[in-house]
Ligand binder design. Structure first.
Ligand SMILES: [Cu+2]
Length: 496
């Protein structure tokens, strides 16, 4: 049985594709030589060719940067290290051939497996966490808990401003190791943080992942990165992140129990229940003002427990049905004041119907505000593990909208969206580069799907009555035929 175990082990490892893309940079490229040469094309294979070029896996190429104009929210030029991502750090990276993938082309693109990445991988099926077997749920929660302490196998993050990335008179860039879950938090923080301009001068009208069309594509990539990391960590290539249907109305959070994502601590209502495995989790990247004033980046230092004094009310099921009826993906100015925009309705800056109302907060935004603590502050929200479940559900609604509207890249704005949000902008801070276009495709092409039944939109319920009349007549004819067959069969049996 030892041999069988080894065979099973080898099989499982062969099925796991190394991380497709993560952020900020692969450890092998976080070196003085790589940073100075602006090139991240790791050597691969026996011959040691960059990006496995000798084996036909990929090649080292110039990174394509989106040059189309962006919206007027961000007016500085050449100041923020996230502009024209990732040019400030690297201008050459691997581009993999066929279905090969990963920062060095040693793995497969999402959804593919095998030595040559020619076999479709069974999709990871994301389920409602309330409908999972206790065993599956425990497996998910255990893996998630382990990811909080397991150092990320491949990626590191910068802990200082770009200017100070390589301190004077040294050849040691300022990168640090970070755990898998904390990387997930850091990536979110880095994409929303202010432009660092010195004490009291942060430029705040900048956000590469919210208040624009990239909101849904960016968070899709964010979740995919974590899901892939957890597949590798757990050794289960079909591992899927579950979702929380937060559109249940009222002010009762059904997943907020110590068995699931943590209940309330009876001694201190702001903290998680003492029996929750998340009660000891500490947050990172919380002190945005301190980072701004000291021109520093979050370095993963722990800053106290998760705060979740949930009090507000949750979105209603009809809100989901209503936002699914909005026809346009996004509308000018492709921002948080867009009207008749599906993205803005789902993000929650307009009525679910798409009608713009400045004060309103619904759907995704309302689910965050409901948490009222760590999960309610954009830059720190990913610290609360419920963030994962809120965003998988948001992504499930996005997926449903894509299906119902047969969406293509033509539905996504190519230019004039806020910085970071144009169709071909490389999403910050993922590496190797991946664009909003790359995520604006059906999820089964990315290796996952949802076991979800979202409410039909009112448009479908309002189908012309003559269609229902035809359906009714057909139904009656079929039913009558069945009855006749059944009666005849019974008669024949009796005659025997
Ligand atoms: Cu977010």
């Amino acid at each position: 049985s030892v041999n069988v175990n080894i065979v099973v082990c080898v099989f499982v490892i062969a099925m796991l594709s190394p991380l497709l893309v993560s952020a900020q940079f692969p450890r092998v490229c976080a070196t003085f030589e790589s940073i100075v040469s602006h090139e991240c094309c790791p050597l691969l294979g026996g011959t040691g060719s960059p990006c496995g070029e000798a084996e036909g896996r990929g090649s080292c190429v110039d990174i394509t940067i989106d040059d189309l104009p962006h919206g007027q929210q961000y007016v500085l030029v050449g100041i923020d290290d996230r502009e024209r991502w990732p040019e400030r750090f690297f201008n050459r990276s691997c581009v993999c051939n066929g279905n090969f993938g990963g920062f060095d082309c040693s793995g497969c693109k999402p959804g593919w497996q095998g030595d040559n990445c020619l076999t479709r991988r069974p999709p990871a099926i994301r389920q409602n966490i309330m409908n999972m077997t206790q065993e599956d749920r425990e497996f998910f929660l255990d893996v998630l808990d382990r990811s909080k302490t397991a150092v990320h196998p491949d990626y590191v993050v910068a802990q200082d401003h770009y200017r100070n990335l390589i301190p004077e008179n040294t050849t040691e860039p300022n990168f640090v190791n970070i755990t898998i879950y904390d990387l997930f938090v850091w990536v979110h923080y880095y994409s929303v943080r202010d432009t660092l301009l010195g004490p009291g001068q942060a430029y705040t009208a900048i956000d590469f992942s919210h208040e624009g069309p990239a909101f849904l594509t960016w968070h899709r990539m964010h979740l995919l990165g974590l899901e892939n990391d957890l597949q590798v960590l757990s050794g289960d290539p079909t591992f899927a992140l579950p979702y929380w249907d937060f559109a249940i109305g009222g002010s009762e959070c059904d997943v907020c129990t110590d068995e699931i994502v943590g209940g309330q601590n009876p001694e201190d209502q702001t903290l998680l229940g003492p029996n929750s495995r998340f009660a000891d989790w500490e947050v990172v990247c919380l002190s945005l003002d301190w980072f701004n004033d000291n021109i520093k980046l979050c370095n993963g230092t722990y800053e106290g427990n998760i705060d979740r004094p949930a009090v507000q009310s949750l979105p209603e099921p009809t809100d989901v049905a209503n936002c699914l009826q909005v026809e346009e993906y996004d509308t000018f100015p492709f921002f948080s004041d867009s009207a008749s925009s599906f993205r803005n309705a789902l993000e929650g800056y307009s009525e679910p119907s798409g009608e713009f109302d400045e004060g309103v907060r619904t759907l995704h935004n309302l689910a965050h505000l409901f948490l009222n603590g760590t999960g309610g502050m954009t830059h720190a929200s990913a610290n609360d593990p419920i963030f994962v479940l809120i965003h998988t559900f948001t992504d499930a609604i996005f997926e449903e909208w894509m299906k119902r509207s047969n969406a293509t890249a033509a539905d996504y704005p190519e230019e004039d969206a806020p910085i970071g949000h144009n169709l071909d902008f490389n999403m910050v801070p993922f590496f190797p580069p991946i664009t909003n276009r790359d995520m604006f495709i059906p999820s089964d092409q990315l290796g996952y799907s949802y076991a979800v039944d979202l409410p039909e939109s009112l448009a479908n319920e309002d189908a012309p009555s003559f269609i229902w009349a035809i359906v009714g007549v057909f139904g009656f004819v079929i039913l009558a035929a069945l009855v006749i067959v059944l009666v005849n069969t019974v008669k024949r049996h009796r005659q025997r």
